[in-house]
Design a protein around this ligand. Structure first.
Ligand SMILES: Cc1ncc(COP(=O)(O)O)c(C=O)c1O
Length: 347
């Protein structure tokens, strides 16, 4: 598959912005090339220089952990940035379309809408599995990207890897597999499939298992041609200096993060069993993520009553296939106990 044939034609000849740090990359004594403040800053002198536009140190550490070459890594301002950049790079406004499989993460559709790109919806089956036949049937010439999410938000289940492979084989456009919650899942990432499928893009994030949502740092892994395109159209310094430093520090404590995940999974098991004892809870859906989707009597009223009691969950009851559903993030032991106490009082 030729990535350049998928690209919006006007980008083939784009001259990207060339920053000061693109034009001089070596070490020097005096830097007078980027109009920074030579006198310092009123808060911290540490941040007076522009950050590395391509985040070499951070990517090198990510490359070690994920076992992916640095040339196949893109970092964005949250994974929301590569979602938007992929649509902007490959979908011609007013003409091309993407496929999504609702209920799923909302930003695929919102980014498409912002970019005037059509959205073809192929709903999940009742059990939240992908309707493979319908996805394959929906493929037609104007479809440029298929967005899949595994484990899926808000349903929590994973997509069968064979379904993803089938789509990768039959579709000539990009398949974006969003693995935001993969670190919580007993199933493995599909990152190794990048070797065989140049049309695969995998998204992961520092916002969930790494506990760094405020840094806004998302990862895209893909063929180096796709990464090159994202680098060409991204804002020059899209990852700020403090995010680069703090993420690097977090990656150095990889084992601690795994410990935290084990704690979250233990709480998930506990929360599930406490929810099972609440008579109004009709269903707790299987989840490979750090949240549980539950079906509960009068979900919307329960949601509002929980707010009155200062406990906030996500009301998904208006979402297709999620009638009377609430999405509950796994909290600390204390937070989970508070939720259960309040649910017991409400019901
Ligand atoms: C499936 C999925 N993908 C991506 C994101 C956004 O991640 P980020 O914080 O990296 O933009 C979320 C956030 O909730 C999500 O649920």
């Amino acid at each position: 598959m030729e990535i350049s044939k998928l690209l919006r034609p006007h980008l083939l000849n784009l001259t990207p912005y060339s920053s000061a740090r693109d034009e001089f990359k070596g070490e020097a004594d005096v830097y007078l090339d980027a109009n920074e403040n030579a006198f310092g800053s009123t808060s911290s002198d540490h941040f007076r220089r522009y950050p590395d536009p391509y985040q070499a140190k951070l990517k090198s550490k990510i490359s070690e952990i994920k076992r992916v070459q640095t040339s196949k890594i893109f970092l964005g301002n949250g994974s929301d940035e590569p979602i938007d950049l992929l649509i902007r790079a490959f979908c011609n406004p007013g003409k091309d379309r993407i496929i999504i499989t609702p209920p799923t993460y909302g930003m695929y559709e919102v980014s498409a809408n912002i970019n005037d790109v059509g959205v073809v919806k192929v709903p999940l089956n009742e059990d939240f599995s992908i309707n493979l036949i319908n996805v394959l049937d929906a493929i037609e010439p104007g479809i440029k990207i298929i967005f899949l999410c595994s484990p899926n938000n808000p349903t929590g289940n994973s997509i069968e890897q064979n379904d993803v492979l089938e789509i990768l084989k039959k579709f000539q456009g990009l398949v974006v597999l969003d693995e935001a919650y993969i670190d919580f899942s007993p199933k493995s990432s599909m990152i190794s499939a990048l070797e065989d499928y140049p049309n695969l893009v995998i998204l992961q994030t520092f916002s969930k298992a790494w506990g760094l949502a405020a840094l806004r740092l998302g990862m895209a892994f893909a063929d180096k041609e796709i990464i090159g395109i994202l680098n060409m159209i991204k804002p020059p310094y899209n990852i700020n200096g403090s995010s680069q430093e703090l993420a690097l520090k977090a990656l150095e404590s990889h084992e601690k993060m795994n410990e935290m995940i084990r704690g979250i999974l233990a709480q998930k098991k506990r929360l599930k069993s406490m929810l099972e004892d609440i008579s109004t809870v009709q269903m707790i859906y299987p989840s490979d993520a750090n949240f549980l989707l539950i079906k509960i009597d009068n979900a919307h009223e329960v949601y509002l009553k929980l707010i009155e009691r200062k406990v906030i969950v996500r009301d998904r009851s208006k979402v297709e296939l999620c009638e009377n559903c609430l999405r509950i993030t796994i909290g600390t032991e204390e937070e989970n106990n508070t939720l259960i106490d309040q649910l017991n009082q409400i019901s």
